[in-house]
Ligand binder design. Structure first.
Ligand SMILES: [Mg+2]
Length: 325
């Protein structure tokens, strides 16, 4: 867990708030204060406080209600809540914990007990954070191709439909490129499968370095076939990108064990421009199929070349797409 996180102290009583604040400062914690539940929610909107120490009796939004509201919120991490109250019957403690509090402190607060409870909270938050990190690692592994580090087809299935419907909704262009390493089987047969893996890594690294970070994304689509998704990119833009990629691949010198290998790649692309009525209903499969047709055309015409097409639109306002064979 991050050091120096602020603890949010919520209490309508200025004196008891100041006392708790003093104890926490003394123990080396950073403190943010709020005078009631409503103010606390405003503070939490502005900054993430992983530990909240709240009084029970407060005007407008009381402690248990604040606990419930915090639990309903989407927060960047878990918030450990300690409820403070002079009410110390078993029923009170149970109902406090049931409202979403993690721990309970009886007022007047004892300084050593307060710090011990905060430390318990920190231990639990650290565990929660490591669990969160582990889950994130598992998630990344589940959507990534282990060899190349590109996304895999699981991720394509998750994201592409969303990307497409976003483009359709805002009438923005969306292009896809299918890139395939030419004569890859021959490369594998000549230099061996280990060299094949080195080439695939170098190829994907080169592609990823050439596209826009955080906008474009690359999927290992098949063995030596990669799909590049280019949001906000029309047919002309996609052709320019594909040509840039083709040229970068052409210039690659890939050191394998016994030789330096040069490769070429063919590119087929399809662009949907959603100002075209005919493109409005286009599906993910259709877009990829059209790119695939263009890839075959590039292969048929001699490889190491680019073909990009508009998708379903029969007539469009763009100038004709450029073939840079
Ligand atoms: Mg009070």
């Amino acid at each position: 867990m991050k050091e120096n996180f602020p603890i949010l102290v919520v209490d309508d009583d200025i004196v008891s708030r100041a006392v708790v604040q003093k104890y926490l400062h003394k123990a080396g914690f950073e403190v943010v204060c709020a005078g009631n539940g409503k103010e606390a929610l405003t503070v939490l909107e502005e900054q993430f406080c992983p530990i909240v120490l709240t009084d029970w009796m407060m005007p407008e939004i009381n402690g248990p209600e604040l606990c419930r509201l915090i639990r309903e919120k989407q927060t960047v991490g878990y918030i450990f809540i300690i409820l403070m109250s002079a009410r110390d019957s078993k029923n009170d403690i149970v109902s406090g914990l049931e409202s979403g509090a993690d721990d309970y402190l009886t007022k007047p607060v004892h300084p050593a007990e307060l710090v011990a409870r905060i430390k318990t909270g920190i231990r639990i938050l650290s565990l929660e954070q490591s669990l969160r990190n582990a889950n994130e690692e598992i998630r990344i592994l589940s959507i990534t191709d282990p060899l190349t580090g590109c996304y895999n087809r699981t991720y394509l299935g998750e994201r592409f439909a969303k990307e497409l419907s976003r483009s359709q909704r805002y009438k923005h262009s969306l292009s896809v490129l299918l890139a395939d390493i030419d004569f890859f089987k021959k490369v594998n047969d000549t230099y061996g499968h280990q060299a094949g893996d080195i080439i695939l890594k170098a190829f994907s690294k080169c592609i990823m370095a050439q596209v826009r970070e955080d906008v474009d994304w690359v999927v290992r689509f098949g063995g030596e076939e990669f799909l590049i998704v280019l949001p906000e990119t029309d047919c002309i833009g996609a052709t320019v990108v594909a040509e840039r990629l083709r040229s970068a691949i052409y210039q690659l010198a890939i050191p394998c064990e016994q030789a330096t290998v040069h490769i070429t790649a063919s590119f087929g692309g399809a662009s949907a421009c959603f100002t075209q009525k005919s493109d409005l209903d286009i599906t993910v499969e259709q877009l990829i199929d059209r790119a695939d047709e263009q890839l075959y055309r590039a292969k048929r015409e001699g490889r190491n070349r680019v073909h990009v097409t508009e998708t379903l639109a029969r007539s469009c306002n763009h100038p004709p797409c450029v073939d840079r064979s």
